[in-house]
Design a protein. Structure first.
Length: 297
């Protein structure tokens, strides 16, 4: 045993040390490339911020990010320069986005729970049909939907942008939640059934508390997509008092006259603030939800 230990000790002493990390030069090069790539992606936003505080006469004359002088009047013109205060557009977008987000989370989670946990006839067929709607272009159903909402008297109201969300119309979020629900052990359901829990109580007391990451993921994407939506409000909202932020931004561009680009850039900067705040508060749950979706735990 002594000879074997001595041989192993001499072999380990003579073996070359293992490299455990990158060389400093390679790490510095990787970080430099990432910094340059980040700057390239952020350049349009930085230029928009710069354009909102620079004089109109040098707005498009240079690619520099540093204005010759700082002028904040574009923010005042943008907030009060239209027929309606831009704060009204923010309020309209906030109401539509929050209600649509709640509808997406509630409606899609109920549908996902049914597909993942309940047994009913034709479940696989209906699930495949639901996934097939992901490949259906929105423009195919646009005219029938518009006629339906017109007959209901919902045109020029936020209802066409909110009510469908409560009917689980976003197949992407249903699929995302189904994959997450399937990773939750079924033994929890069986134990709850033995204790007398109904499917509704299983959904409310077990599935939802364990599914906060995927629910947060769906909520964040729903809020961002609804806040940034331009086509839907353009179709259904005609009165300027019901405009969302995106339609309000379009009002600064006049094809038949002068366009106030500085005010447009200023309000565009402000329109990014709610999305940024929403993402900052829920980024941990977003990353966790994407990382664990579809994985068995």
């Amino acid at each position: 045993m002594t000879d074997v230990a001595a041989a192993l000790g001499s072999a380990s002493a003579s073996a070359p040390p293992m490299r455990t990390g990158r060389s400093p030069a390679r790490s510095a090069l990787i970080h430099l490339i990432l910094i340059l790539a980040s700057f390239a992606m952020l350049y349009p936003i930085l230029w928009m911020v710069s354009g909102s505080v620079r004089p109109q006469d040098e707005l498009f004359g240079t690619a520099s990010l540093w204005p010759s002088s700082v002028d904040l009047s574009a923010y005042v013109r943008g907030w009060t320069g239209l027929q309606v205060s831009f704060g009204q557009f923010f309020w309209n977008s906030l109401v539509i986005s929050v209600l649509a987000t709640i509808g997406n989370v509630v409606g899609c989670s109920l549908a996902a729970f049914a597909f993942a946990r309940l047994k009913f006839g034709g479940r696989n067929f209906w699930f495949a049909l639901m996934l097939g709607t992901l490949m259906l272009p929105y423009h195919v159903v646009l005219i029938p939907q518009y006629i339906l909402f017109l007959e209901l008297g919902w045109v020029n109201t936020p209802l066409p942008l909110i009510v469908p969300k409560y009917l689980a119309t976003d197949a992407f979020f249903i699929f995302l939640m189904v994959q997450f629900f399937r990773g939750i052990p079924r033994e929890l359901d069986e134990a709850a059934v033995m204790d007398g829990c109904s499917p509704w109580r299983i959904y409310w007391k077990i599935m939802l508390p364990l599914s906060l990451p995927v629910l947060a993921t769906a909520a964040i994407f729903s809020f961002i997509w609804t806040w940034d939506d331009f086509f839907g409000p353009l179709i259904y909202l005609n009165d300027i008092n019901t405009y969302t932020v995106q339609l309000g931004l379009r009002s600064f561009v006049d094809s038949s006259g002068a366009s106030d680009w500085s005010a447009l850039f200023a309000m565009s900067n402000l329109s990014l603030v709610p999305i940024f705040i929403f993402f900052i508060f829920f980024q941990r749950l977003l990353i966790e939800g994407i990382a664990t979706t579809g994985m068995k735990r």
